[in-house]
Design a protein around this ligand. Structure first.
Ligand SMILES: *Cc1c(COP(=O)(O)O)cnc(C)c1O
Ligand code: SF4
Length: 366
């Protein structure tokens, strides 16, 4: 049996195992087990150093998941934007295609918490229907394979979908969204990568939330994907008790670049039922961007976004670098907090020195 399958087979999935391993009351774990799926690969489990650390918090259930905090089951209203089973079509030229209902491990903060692990919510029976939808909508030029985790499909099933999609002439790029390089790097076999590279241009977005997740094994898996010419991006969820710290985030982004992964998004945690204990204030995200921009490689700075509740899509947020703007000039603040002025172009493209410089600067000069 392949190593990755063995990992999955030996994953920690039951309340009893968890309760024993981490000394959590059996009744707590059982109550959670009734509501949400639990799964942790032996590999990811081995990264836990102690109870309550950033790795532990992401995958070990917490009784607070059952608190009624008025959060939502489908905060992004994905069901509303789903024209056929398995497709979420919200933006003009691209869509999500959910092709797997399982993940290598289950994140306690997952946006699709009520869906993952449930074969009736994301079903392989509807794959052909999804392909047909994309085929008949020629405005779609970018498809994002998601789930669940697409890389938990066997090579053959995944290749069936990729080659069907590649036959659609208006489809320009394919993307795969996956947390497998983080939870189960063993899945990135030479054989898988040889298959994937037949379907270029193929992009992959991976999901790392903490620098300790970039182990030598994970780095090796990412290196294999990069060597196959697959441009790698990373999506991070901002989570209390995991990565709500500018220094931790900086280290994460720098380690990702070393593994040839370009940080793409930091998400403000969605308003998902049972995840209140993970949410940070929005200011925390802005503080993190402020601590990155200018202080380290621009390549290490992702976009900080809120996926708007109710299905408005991703909205980028920036610390306030633009202090004022009118037709004459723009007043800017740099990463160190110093103020700079940029003069707008004049109507005739020709400006006198007096016009070029802001009044205050002219005062300074004369
Ligand atoms: C995130 C998302 C996309 C992709 O957005 P990009 O900004 O292009 O990466 C597409 N569709 C849906 C529904 C999404 O949530
Ligand atoms: S890997 Fe992604 S889809 Fe799966 S549980 Fe984690 S966040 Fe949800």
């Amino acid at each position: 049996m392949e190593r990755w399958k063995k990992q999955l087979q030996n994953s920690l999935v039951s309340a009893k195992q968890l309760s024993e391993k981490f000394d959590i009351p059996m009744s707590d774990v059982m109550a959670i087990e009734n509501e949400f799926n639990i799964k942790i690969t032996p590999y990811y489990l081995s990264l836990i150093k102690e109870k309550g650390d950033p790795i532990y918090n992401q995958v070990v259930p917490d009784i607070r998941e059952l608190e009624d905090n008025q959060l939502m089951q489908d905060p992004l209203a994905e069901d509303r934007d789903s024209p056929v089973n398995n497709i979420v079509h919200r933006y003009p030229d691209r869509c999500l295609f959910l092709i797997s209902h399982v993940c290598a491990s289950y994140c306690r903060f997952c946006t699709r918490k009520r869906k993952v692990g449930d074969p009736s919510k994301i079903s392989l029976r509807f794959i052909d229907e999804g392909i047909e939808y994309i085929n008949s909508h020629n405005e779609i030029r970018d498809v994002i394979l998601s789930g669940g985790d697409p890389l938990l499909l066997g090579d053959d099933k995944l290749e069936y979908i990729l080659q069907k999609l590649r036959q659609i002439p208006h489809l320009e790029i394919l993307r795969i969204g996956t947390r497998v390089p983080c939870f189960l790097p063993h899945r990135i076999t030479a054989k898988l990568v040889r298959m994937l590279k037949k379907y270029h241009p193929l992009f992959m977005n991976v999901h790392f939330n903490h620098p300790d997740e970039l182990t030598p094994l994970a780095q090796k898996a990412l290196g294999r994907l990069a060597n196959a010419g697959i441009p790698l991006g990373n999506q991070t969820v901002l989570l209390k008790g995991v990565n709500d710290d500018p220094q931790v985030m900086k280290k994460l982004m720098q380690k990702l670049l070393q593994a040839r992964v370009r940080p793409y998004y930091i998400y403000q945690a969605d308003m998902v039922f049972g995840t209140e204990h993970f949410r940070t204030s929005v200011e925390k995200g802005l503080e993190i961007i402020k601590a990155l921009r200018g202080w380290t490689s621009g390549l290490a700075v992702p976009h900080f976004v809120i996926d708007a509740p109710g299905g408005g899509g991703k909205i980028p947020l920036l610390p306030n670098y633009l202090l004022s703007m009118n037709e004459d000039e723009v007043v800017l603040r740099n990463y160190r907090g110093k103020i700079y002025r940029y003069t707008q172009p004049g109507e005739n493209g020709k400006l006198t020195v007096e016009e070029l410089l802001s009044p205050e600067l002219v005062d300074e000069l004369v």
